[in-house]
Design a binder for this molecule. Sequence first.
Ligand SMILES: [Zn+2]
Length: 255
Amino acid sequence: MIQKFKKYIKKNTGILIRLDDIAENMNWNLMEKAELLFNKYNIKPVLGVIPNNQDKELLTFPKKNNFWEQIRIWNNKGWEISMHGSNHVYDADTNNKDYFSHGGKSEFFGHSFDVQLLKIKNGLKKFNDEKIKVRSFYAPNHTYDENTLIALKNSGIKEIIDGYGLMPYIEKDIKFIPQLFYKVIALPFGIQATQIHLNYWEQKDFDNFEKFIIENLKNIITYDQAIEKVNNNLFYKLINILTKKILQLKRIIKK
Ligand SMILES: [Zn+2]
């Protein structure tokens, strides 16, 4: 019985390494170190690539001229390329009315369906022109509205690396791989994506990340392994609802 339980927990525990804000202009020094680390431990992360970056903060970082060639090389190594927004410019305020009640500013929330569809199409066109296949998306600052989801589906994207929960789930005909914490945390149960912002890291953050990788190596999974875990059985549904409630409460208390 205990063996069976342990096996069940092991089967349903995993960390998907998701790196955010991968763009032509970024902290290439740490990105090169991250690549060496992933190679050393045979990790296949998800890169959240901004296809048409216009984010002023990111533009202050050094530019890589052969950026798209580099993305193709990583993609060919089995790293998953995800579309992270279109231009990464926050020009709307959610007032906490966004899909996940995350709050804060947004590139997508509140824009008309047509504007959102155009943003998504422009982003996908860039990947297409660069011959990179993309099947998933996640919005800058976790902020979506109903139109974002419909525009994504209309563009053929039905997988989002975001959301509350301990297990990947389906909602509105979209598969969600949850992303809960700002820091890299290993949970004793559940499938989680990290949210790593190399651009704002210092060497000591990177050193901590390396330690985390070594300690949790056996639980680090690929994008395919995460998406295979999508399940809407009652048990998962219940723990996902519970996680959502707890985290939303925590955010309210913090405010
Ligand atoms: Zn971002």
